[in-house]
Write a protein that binds this ligand. Structure first.
Ligand code: 13P
Length: 261
């Protein structure tokens, strides 16, 4: 499967920035559409701007649009929430769930994330489930235990290889400029792959993204590691040029792998 290059815009832009960014990505993809052969591109704007981003990146752009979260419930009396069906109605194909910023800032538990995951599958959304350890957990030698428990608590019941993506985002690498070392990424992605294969017949095919300070200058080395099926990008996805440079790195690796087959 192609690598998934996903931009998580978090709460980091206004409407005019979202339009500029979407236009920059649309134009760069139109000028280099071979990139889409080796990379699926996804942007996840704040809810408020999904509509305007969709007006720029319609289906013909080849760039997917997703949400950064969704509600636990179906449409109804839930003030302030946005449902999975609303994301679908707005043209989204993907939703990020269980991001560490939601786990920390909104006290989201594994159980709650599993319920949201079920809602997202029910609406046909592709789920990007984020997992990852804090620095203290890694220092205590508990990184695999923590990530393993997050995967054990995940809901795979309505999933398939192309409906669930795991994003390994070590919390200490998010927005810090620190990335996990290639050996650590290799080890953790191998561990996650093993767990998925234990649990699911299609566990070998699920994409496992790496996230945490992915930038154009480290993208190629991270994306070429075994079991790295793409990247979930925060800061560097807020600039069309750097987002596209990461997408180009994914395309180059896919081309090399294809040539080697
Ligand atoms: P940065 O790329 O800014 O470290 O953010 C990563 C992230 O949290 C993506 O979801």
């Amino acid at each position: 499967m192609s690598k998934l290059i996903a931009g998580n815009w978090k709460m980091s832009c206004f409407g005019a920035d979202a339009i500029d960014l979407a236009e920059g990505i649309r134009d760069a993809v139109a000028a280099n559409d071979e990139i889409l052969d080796g990379a699926d591109l996804l942007v996840c704007p704040p809810y408020l701007y999904i509509g305007i981003v969709q007006t720029v990146l319609g289906p013909e752009s080849g760039v997917f649009v997703g949400g950064q979260d969704c509600a636990l419930s179906e449409n109804g009396a839930h003030t302030g929430d946005i449902s999975a069906e609303m994301l679908v109605d707005a043209g989204c194909n993907y939703v990020i769930l269980g991001h560490s910023e939601r786990r920390q800032n909104h006290k989201e538990s594994d159980a709650l994330i599993a319920k949201k995951t079920a809602r997202a599958y029910a609406e046909g959304l592709n789920v990007i489930l984020c997992v990852g350890e804090t620095e203290a957990q890694r220092d205590a030698g508990k990184a695999e235990e923590v990530v393993g428990a997050q995967i054990d608590a995940a809901d795979f019941d309505g999933a398939d290889y192309d409906k669930i993506t795991i994003a390994y985002e070590p919390v200490w690498a998010i927005g810090t400029g620190k990335t996990a070392s290639p050996d650590d990424v290799k080890a953790m992605h191998g561990f996650i792959r093993g767990k998925l294969q234990e649990k699911l017949a299609y566990g070998a095919e699920i994409r496992i993204l790496y996230g945490g300070s992915v930038k154009p200058d480290n993208a190629e080395s991270l994306l070429s590691l075994p079991n790295v099926g793409g990247a979930l990008i925060g800061g560097a996805s807020l600039n069309a040029e750097s987002f596209m440079a990461i997408a180009k790195a994914a395309h180059k690796i896919e081309e090399q792998e294809y040539a080697a087959e």
